[in-house]
Write a protein that binds this ligand. Structure first.
Ligand SMILES: [Zn+2]
Length: 189
């Protein structure tokens, strides 16, 4: 943060405000405290018979990889409305948003994923500007090695396991930073 979004001053200090526990950007000119909090990514898992709808990304990050329709929740929007909007934007698909399904915390990138199950209402879907392709996949043909995000892979894996069991409880979990691969040992001397 370079300028105060309230008064435009560049006199920002990064310090712990009185009575707080974490450092924040505090404007020395107008005293506004700029809190920064996680963003919510909301989406759904649209199902048609035994198939799920996936979108191939036309944008970075992970261009060319497959994902479920999802995106950042907007201000003044409910979670279900956000999931519905993202599904229209990315797949031009009409869905009925169902039960809450996965909630995944990503503390290392300050995001929370919230995914709903959904029923695809018709087959008149088509890629939106953020998608290259939109397709239905049955379990065997899900492009498991070409999924864009671990949150999406986890949501789909949960879904196929739960479908076998016939129950779809809410799954609350977290994904930590992907561990760095250990450097290969180099012989000394
Ligand atoms: Zn200010």
């Amino acid at each position: 943060m370079k300028f105060c979004s309230h008064c435009g001053s560049s006199r920002l200090e990064f310090r712990v405000p009185e009575g707080d526990t974490l450092p924040r950007y505090v404007c020395a000119a107008c005293a506004t405290i700029h809190y920064q909090n996680p963003k919510v990514v909301v989406g759904c898992l649209p199902v048609w018979e035994d198939q799920v709808l996936l979108c191939k990304r036309a944008i970075e990050p992970r261009l060319g990889l497959w994902t479920l329709p999802a995106g950042f929740l907007e201000n003044a929007e409910t979670l279900a409305a956000g999931a519905l909007r993202e599904t229209v934007e990315e797949a031009n698909a009409r869905v009925e948003i169902g039960d809450l399904y996965t909630v995944i915390s990503l503390p290392h990138i300050n995001q929370i994923y919230v995914m709903f199950r959904a029923r695809l209402l018709d087959l008149n879907f088509a890629p939106g500007p953020e998608s290259l392709e939109v397709c239905l996949f049955d379990e065997e043909h899900v492009p498991w090695d070409r999924l864009a995000f671990r949150t999406i892979a986890r949501t789909l894996r949960n879904y196929y396991l739960d479908r076998k069991l016939g129950e779809f409880p809410v799954h609350v979990s977290a994904l930590e930073k992907r561990p760095v691969r250990e450097p290969s040992l180099v012989a000394s001397g």
